[in-house]
Design a protein around this ligand. Sequence first.
Ligand code: NIG
Ligand code: FE
Length: 421
Amino acid sequence: MLQSQEVKQVQPADGIWHNARIAPSGNPDQVITDAAMVLRDGLIAWIGTEAEMPDEFGQAGLARHDVGKRWITPGLIDCHTHLVYGGNRADEFALRLAGASYEEIARSGGGIVSTVRATRLADEDSLFQQSARRLEALLAEGVTTVEIKSGYGLDLATERKMLRVARRLGTSYPVTVYTTFLGAHALPPEYLGRADAYIKLVCEEMLPALHAEGLIDAVDVFCENIGFSVAQSEQVFSAAAKLGLPVKMHADQLSNMGGTQLATRFKALSVDHLEHLSEADVIAMQQSGTVAVLLPGAYYFIRETKQPPLELLRRYKIPIAISTDSNPGTSPSTSLLLMLNMACTLFRMTTAEALTGVTANAALALGKADRHGLLAAGRAADFVVWSVESLAELAYWSGLNPCSTIVRAGQFSVALQKETA
Ligand code: NIG
Ligand code: FE
C-alpha cells in the first residue's frame, strides 16, 4: 500500500532491477530493452542493458528484482494542479449543464470565488484531509512529483494555509511537491472594483511574506478577461523577478490578451492552457525556452471547442507537457493517465508526445529537469513499473490502472492509505 510517510514503514527498493524494458526519459521511442537498473542508497547507481552491467554489481550480493519484462518509466509528473481547496462545485456543474458558461458563472459571483469562500472556512487539517484523497488518487497511478498552486485564499492567511497544506502533503506522502503562488487567480469579493489595489497587496505583502516563509517555488498569474490584465500580470512577474522566483502563466485559455508575449519576456518556465495561442506567441516561446502545458481535462470539462495549436507547437519544436489542472471548476480530475488519453483523442497528440509530456517535458515545465523526468546514474530513484505490453497502453486505456510498482526516492510505495487511517 502507498502510505502517508507519517505512518509508513520504510521499505528500501535497493538492488538490481532486471529483465525490464526501460524508457529512461519516458519517451517510448527511446528505450533500453533487456535492461537493468541498480539502486543503491536510494539513488540509481547504474542503468543500461543487462549484458553490460559491470561485474561489481552482480557480485555484490544485492537483492534482485525480476520485473518479468514489464516496462519501467520515470515516476510521472503532474506539473499543473490546484489540488488544495475546500468543498467542490458540483452545483455549478449543474448550472453549466443547463446552459450557463464558465465565464457567466464567474461574472455572477460563482466560480473561483465560491471555492475561495469554502477554502477560507476550512481549517488546516480539514483542508489537508480534503486534498489528501485527491493526491492519493494521483499517486496510485504512478505520480511521484506534483505541482500545487495556491489561489483559493486570496488573502494572506488563507494563501499561507493552502501553501502549508501543500508542503505538508509533500512530507506526508511519497511525492515531491512543488508549490506555486497564484495570488493573482481572481479578485476577492472584498476588492471588487479595486483590482489594482489587490495586485498591490499581492506584490507588496503576500508574495514577499510567503516567500520569506519558504512557501513558494514559483509564481503564476491568471491572465484573462475574467482574471487579470497584462499590465497587472506584469506587476506580479516583476515582483517575483525581484525575489528571484521563476514565473509561469495561465495564458490564452479563453481569449488572447497578449499574456504569452508578456510571460516570454520574463522567461516563464511555462505557459499553460493555450487554446487561443497565436503563431507570434509560439515564436516568442521558442526564443524564451518556455514550455507549453496543455490541459485536456479543462478543455473537455468546459466543453471548449477551440483547440490549442498543436501543429504550430510541433513546427517550432516547443516542448509540450500535459497535466490534470486538477481543480474544482474546470477540471475536477485526479487521473493523469486519463489526461494522456484525452491529449491523444482530443488534441491528436501521439502517445509518445503525451508520455513525454508527463515525464521529461513536465520536469522542464517545473524548471526541475535536473532532478525529475529522467532515469540516469546519480539521479534519485523515482520510477514506475507498468504491467503493459507497450507503453502506448498508458494512453490507450481509460479507467484501467496498469501501475504495478512505484518506487519513489528509492523506497517502495505500493498502495495508498490515508494519513489518519
Ligand atoms: O486552470 N483558469 C483558471 N484557473 C483554473 C480554474 C479554477 C476554477 O475554476 O476554480 C484553471 O482552469
Ligand atoms: Fe489551472
